[in-house]
Design a protein around this ligand. Structure first.
Ligand SMILES: [Zn+2]
Ligand SMILES: [Zn+2]
Ligand SMILES: [Zn+2]
Length: 91
């Protein structure tokens, strides 16, 4: 476990859903995105910080949900928006 992240108990959702339509907020507003992140507290799908609207980090700040994981195929790393640290969950 990463010693620099103190928010691991906020993780409620570990696995990606079977189907991901895209960034929920971009789909609602007609925006576009580059990469997708899934909030590990509530499962919200948002777009990464390289996307124009950065919905994943906005979601993390607005809802106090600090950790999101990559929702890209083959990627399993998580990111804490508070500690700004990346890690891979095991077990
Ligand atoms: Zn943290
Ligand atoms: Zn978005
Ligand atoms: Zn969330």
């Amino acid at each position: 476990m990463p010693p620099s992240c103190t928010h691991l108990d906020s993780i409620k959702v570990r696995e990606l859903p079977d189907e991901i339509a895209g960034c929920e907020d971009c789909l609602a507003t007609g925006g576009t995105w580059l990469h997708l992140r899934m909030c590990q507290t509530c499962g919200h799908i948002g777009c990464c910080d390289s996307s124009p609207n950065r919905h994943a980090s906005k979601h993390a700040a607005e809802h106090d949900h600090p950790i999101a994981r990559s929702a890209e195929p083959g990627e399993n790393w998580s990111w804490c928006y508070v500690d700004e640290v990346a890690f891979v969950l095991r077990g």
